[in-house]
Design a binder for this molecule. Structure first.
Ligand SMILES: Cc1ncc(C[n+]2csc(CCOP(=O)(O)OP(=O)(O)O)c2C)c(N)n1
Ligand SMILES: [Mg+2]
Length: 396
């Protein structure tokens, strides 16, 4: 383990348990300032501590109304509920697979709510919270995981690209798209998501080179959730990921990925910078994958419970709830109504998934190429022969 990654873990442990003295001595928490990072600690932009105390940052300020805060809270709660429902549906055999975003709600809602409608998003396979912010019907996310369609939404409707499973490839798509809109003279920006594991992909590094050299209006949003399936972050890098940007010639910033306010402020600022024609930014959202990599994975085989427990103390939803309650930004009725809304969403998700029509088997070959392809034709014929070999004509 390197000196810097050791320092990062020390920061993690220290900030998870202890309360700052400022919160005990004053009821008006807004005057507190974040503890400056020491020379050995990588900087982390934070506006809301794990205890729900509002702190200031010299470069990133944000002033949100109570209504906006409640909106961010609602987004996170409903996204978590949707995610839990999808995990349960997989366990009941209704989905083939699910990649949970549990723990990453603040990173996704904060960055997703920083976008303008005309901005464009390139997600991985875990960006359910960002999809929510873009207005993609959450049940549309589930068709691919049920195996009844190849994507499930039209990217151009919500400026939200299809989920991408080939790690990092979407960062190149995003860079090319950003170069294109810049040539068109648009003042919109592109937000590309990827993970700590994907940061090791050649595609991501090529995207950094091209976006820097062409000053492309793209923001790279890396959710460092500490794990790439069973590989820890220490196996991906010898420097904090955000520091890599410097070598490519653009700024990098590490943000507390469990702090929705900080994620919103930092992403908003980076998108504005891109729109001004000042080029790319790398945001490293320091967070944690609380669940398994996917429902096919068993993290108890490779990581300790204590690590997960330390991150539980930094839950993104609980800290915003504590802040809103302390400051009187939400009352009991708000939380009760939201609970009822979550129940309704869960019920709706279950009903829609179970009612999804089973596609005709041969349809999976239809949209591979716009104009057909000899190899696909051969595969289609082979598959048709295989289906015909079953008694009654077709396998269930
Ligand atoms: C090019 C490529 N190599 C390997 C895989 C297999 N794979 C799927 S997810 C994953 C780990 C990704 O980790 P990370 O980028 O940190 O994202 P996270 O799943 O933690 O959100 C791997 C290796 C893949 N999908 N694509
Ligand atoms: Mg990861």
């Amino acid at each position: 383990m390197t000196v810097e990654s050791t320092a990062a873990r020390k920061t993690t442990r220290r900030s998870s348990g202890t309360k700052r003295t400022a919160s005990a001595s004053t009821s008006t928490t807004k005057k507190a300032t974040a503890k400056p990072a020491t020379a050995s600690e990588p900087e982390l932009v934070q506006l809301l501590t794990p205890e729900g105390e509002r702190v200031q940052h010299p470069d990133y300020d944000i002033d949100l109304s109570a209504e906006e805060l409640r909106g961010l809270y609602r987004d996170m709660v409903l996204t978590r509920r949707f995610d839990a429902e999808a995990t349960a549906l997989q366990r009941q055999g209704e989905l083939g697979l699910w990649a949970s975003l549990l723990g990453q709600e603040a990173a996704q809602i904060g960055s997703g709510r920083a976008l303008r409608d005309d901005d464009y998003v390139f997600p991985t396979y875990r960006e359910h919270g960002v999809a929510w912010c873009r207005g993609v019907d959450p049940t549309n996310l589930l068709g691919m995981f049920r195996g009844v369609n190849n994507g499930g939404w039209d990217p151009s409707t919500n400026n939200f690209h299809l989920y991408t499973i080939v790690l990092g490839s979407q960062t190149l798509h995003a860079t090319g798209y950003a170069m294109g809109i810049a040539k068109d003279g648009a003042d919109s920006a592109v937000l590309a998501y990827f993970g700590d594991g994907a940061s090791s992909q050649g595609d991501v590094n090529e995207a950094f080179v091209f976006s820097a050299v062409y000053n492309a209006p793209v923001v790279f949003f890396c959710q460092n959730n500490q794990w790439a399936i069973s590989e820890p972050i220490e196996k991906q890098t010898r420097v904090p990921l955000y520091q890599r940007a410097r070598g490519f010639g653009f700024p990098g910033v590490r943000v507390d990925g469990n702090d929705v306010l900080a994620c919103l402020a930092v992403t908003r600022s980076a998108l504005e910078r891109a729109r001004r024609g000042e080029g790319p930014t790398l945001i490293e959202a320091f967070t944690y994958r609380m669940a398994a990599h996917t429902t096919s994975d068993d993290p108890t085989r490779y990581r300790r419970d204590a690590e997960r427990e330390a991150w539980e103390a930094k839950d993104p939803i609980l800290r915003l709830k504590a802040y809103m309650e302390n400051e009187g930004h939400a009352d009991a009725a708000f939380f009760e109504e939201l609970e009822a809304e979550s129940e309704t969403l869960g019920k709706q998700v279950r009903e829609v998934v179970r009612a999804m029509p089973v596609p005709e088997h041969m349809a999976m070959f239809d949209h591979t190429y716009a104009d057909g392809h000899a190899l696909v034709d051969e595969e289609r014929a082979q598959y048709a022969a295989y289906q015909a070999s079953f008694e009654g004509g077709e396998a269930e």
